[in-house]
Ligand binder design. Structure first.
Ligand code: BT5
Length: 309
C-alpha cells in the first residue's frame, strides 16, 4: 500500500479525525484526504464520516490491503481474486527485479505442486507465494521450505488446529494434508538470486471438493467454523519473516513440529527407495533415515509414514 494511504488508514483507525486535521497532519490537501478515504472504501475498508470526523469501523475480510494493514513484516501484498498460479506470478515479478513481495489469491485456476502435479485451489483458500532474495548460497535455499512449514504450522496451532509437519513439505492434521509447499529458486552456486516459496493452505474450503488421493483436510473443516484468513495470513508472513532473519532457529522449530521424526518411513527418492526410522533432519532440510544398512541422508523425495513393525 502506498505510504500516504497507509498513514491515512492509521489515522482513521485512531480516529475520529476531521478531514482538515488529517490534511494538516499529513501535509496534503483536503481533496487528497477525501481521495484516499474513497480508495480505502473501494478496497473494502469501512470508513464512517460523522460530525466528529472520519473513523475506521471495519476491515475487509481478505485482500492485499487487508493483509498489509497491521502486518508486522515488510512485505507488499499483491492480491488476485483469481489467477492461474501465485508461484508463476511471483516468478514473473522476480524476473522484473521485485523483492519482499507476496502474491496472494482467493482462487487459482492452474495451481501446481511438485513435479508439475496439479494443486486444487478453489475459492476460500489461502494461496500465496512469498518472493525473497536471501543472501545465501543456492545449497541453503531448501531451508526456506522448512521455514514456511513452521510458519503455517504455528499459525494453525494458534488457531486451535493441531497441525504437524511431514518431511519435506506437507503440513498435516491427523495424517490428512492441510498445506502443501512448493519452493522455486534461481541463482548461481554461491548466491541465490531469488526464492519463491508457494504455500497452498486449505483454509475455508470443503475437503470433499479436493482430490481424494492426498486425503485432504482444511482449517474450516477441523475447526468447525471458518478461519479469519486475514489474520492467519498475517501470522504466517510474520513468522516466516522472523525465521528468515534467524536461519539458525529454523531447524529447532521444525523438529518441534515434525511428525516424521521417530516414525518408520519409506522415501521414494530419485536414486531409489529408502526405508527405515526417520531419526533427524539436518541443515538445510535433509532427512536422516536409520535403515538396515546404516544411516542414509535423503535430500529430496516423497515420504510415506509407515505403521511401526
Ligand atoms: C505440494 O505438492 O504439496 C505443493 C503445493 C503448492 C501449492 C501452492 S499454492 C500457492 C503456490 N502457487 C502454486 O501454483 N503452487 C503453490 P505435492 O507434494 O506434489 O502434492 C501435490 C498432490 O497433492 C497432488 O498430486 C494431489 O494428490 C494433492 N492435492 C492437490 N490439491 C490439493 C489440496 N488442495 N489439498 C490437499 N492435497 C491436494
Amino acid at each position: 500500500m502506498q505510504e500516504t494511504r497507509h498513514r491515512v488508514l492509521d489515522a482513521l483507525a485512531a480516529g475520529p479525525v476531521s478531514g482538515p486535521a488529517l490534511a494538516e497532519e499529513l501535509g496534503i490537501s483536503r481533496a487528497a484526504v477525501w481521495k484516499h478515504v474513497e480508495a480505502l472504501r473501494e478496497d473494502g475498508f469501512e470508513v464512517e464520516s460523522a460530525d466528529s470526523g472520519y473513523e475506521l469501523t471495519g476491515v475487509p475480510e481478505f485482500g492485499g490491503a487487508a493483509v498489509e494493514y497491521g502486518l508486522d513484516a515488510p512485505f507488499e501484498v499483491e492480491y488476485h481474486e483469481s489467477i492461474p498460479s501465485t508461484n508463476a506470478r511471483a516468478r514473473d515479478l522476480a524476473a522484473d527485479g521485485a523483492d519482499d513481495v507476496v502474491v496472494l489469491a482467493d482462487e487459482q485456476t492452474g495451481g501446481r505442486g511438485r513435479l508439475d502435479r496439479e494443486w486444487a485451489s478453489p475459492s476460500g483458500g489461502i494461496w500465496l507465494s512469498v518472493l525473497v532474495r536471501p543472501d545465501v548460497p543456492m545449497a541453503h535455499a531448501p531451508v526456506f521450505t522448512l521455514a514456511a512449514a513452521v510458519a503455517v504450522t504455528r499459525a494453525a496451532r494458534e488457531a486451535g488446529v493441531d497441525a504437524g509437519i511431514k518431511w519435506p513439505n506437507d503440513v498435516l492434521v491427523d495424517d490428512r494434508k492441510l498445506v502443501g509447499i512448493l519452493t522455486e529458486m534461481e541463482g548461481e552456486a554461491d548466491r541465490v538470486s531469488w526464492v519463491v516459496v508457494g504455500m497452498g493452505i486449505n483454509a475455508n474450503v470443503d475437503p470433499a471438493t479436493l482430490p481424494t488421493d492426498a486425503e485432504p483436510t482444511s482449517l474450516q473443516h477441523v475447526r468447525g467454523d471458518p478461519i479469519d484468513r486475514r489474520v492467519f495470513t498475517q501470522r504466517v508472513l510474520e513468522t516466516f519473516d522472523e525465521l528468515r532473519g534467524d536461519i539458525d532457529s529454523i531447524l529447532p522449530a521444525w523438529r518441534e513440529y515434525a511428525t516424521t521424526l521417530g516414525r518408520r518411513v519409506r522415501v521414494e527418492t530419485p536414486g531409489g527407495t529408502v526405508e527405515g526410522e526417520a531419526v533427524d533432519v539436518q541443515f538445510p532440510g535433509s532427512l536422516v533415515v536409520d535403515t538396515d544398512d546404516g544411516e542414509v541422508t535423503v535430500t529430496a523425495g516423497d515420504c510415506d509414514h509407515l505403521r511401526p513393525v
